[in-house]
Design a protein around this ligand. Structure first.
Ligand code: PMP
Length: 289
């Protein structure tokens, strides 16, 4: 069965899902997106993802031509049409087809695209043994220029960092902000465990307000762990007892080496393993927020 894509309000075969070469999403990266997952047919944290999508759109003065409720229905419709229980869902809203100039007012209607495909996961080995990452020289977008809270179609900042990481042999890379503080990875947020406390950079360090990040913070606070959202430096990373990343695709993944330095004991630590377990239970609980 061909994959069905939701585009312009209809479900069509993958090969028939096309957009104009004049779409400003293509010409300028003018648009917003979300990456969402479903577990056993239930979309995980759909409300949070849709809220972030509509907030990103608002921040770039893009009016999404449907209500949040209609968007949620369309996501489920796409999931059902493809009969995928455990899916990676990509929601894209572009500025739409316009002229060869930046002016968004010359674009027609925003284009809404929903793709639900099978998820391709990091190898299981990364979860068992932990990842090795490097700090890269590409700094995270200055939030006064382009807020990293906007999940826009312009991901070149992250792609440049990813290229640096890959050249160093790492699948994920750590980015600092313009102050030299730890920001986030190219597609994941970062956490440290230090003296029994969970530490993560605050949103105003210039990071994406990750949905998985918030789930992990909530899970930790449920069992009375101390969670501090505070500015962190590379020094804090190097001396941490544990380190892990969070993201929709990666879920919770341990990090055991940063910049060729061993973190803690060099194996996924007990706090990380406990959060991995509890996160897994949360995804399978079927709760819809
Ligand atoms: N930071 C960046 C830059 C990302 O692209 C992502 C993935 N959306 C994340 C963090 C993790 O966010 P979430 O948990 O919402 O997937």
């Amino acid at each position: 069965m061909a994959l069905k894509v939701h585009i312009a309000g209809k479900l069509v075969d993958k090969d028939d899902a096309r957009i104009s070469v004049f779409d400003h999403g293509l010409l300028y990266g003018d648009g917003v997106f979300e990456g969402i997952r479903s577990y056993r047919g239930t979309v995980f944290r759909l409300e949070s993802h849709l809220r972030r999508l509509y907030e990103s759109a608002k921040a770039i003065c893009l009016e999404i031509p449907m209500t949040i409720e209609a968007m949620a229905d369309a996501v489920y419709e796409t999931l059902r049409a493809n009969q995928i229980q455990d899916a990676y869902i990509r929601l894209v809203v572009t500025r739409g087809s316009g002229t060869l100039g930046l002016d968004p007012n010359r674009c027609g209607h925003p284009q809404v695209i929903i793709i639900a495909d099978r998820i391709s996961l990091y190898p299981a080995e990364f979860y068992d043994k932990g990842l090795e990452i490097v700090t890269v020289s590409t700094i995270r977008n200055h939030s006064a220029a382009l807020s990293p809270r906007i999940k826009s179609l312009n991901y070149l900042n992250n792609i440049l960092a990813k290229i640096e990481g890959l050249k160093a042999g790492c699948v994920e890379a750590l980015m600092l902000n313009s102050k030299g503080e730890v920001a986030e990875c190219t597609g994941d947020n970062i956490f440290l465990v230090s003296r029994g406390r969970l530490l993560t950079p605050p949103i105003d360090a210039g990071i994406l307000d990750g949905i998985t990040r918030q789930v992990v913070i909530d899970l930790a606070r449920e069992v009375d762990w101390t969670v501090l959202e505070i500015p962190l430096t590379k020094h804090d990373v190097y001396i941490a007892d544990e380190c892990f990343l969070t993201g929709t695709a990666a879920e919770v993944i341990p990090v055991v080496k940063v910049d060729n330095r061993t973190i803690g004991e060099g194996v996924p630590g007990p706090h990380t393993r406990e959060l991995m377990d509890r996160f897994r239970q949360e995804t399978l609980s079927g709760s819809r927020e």
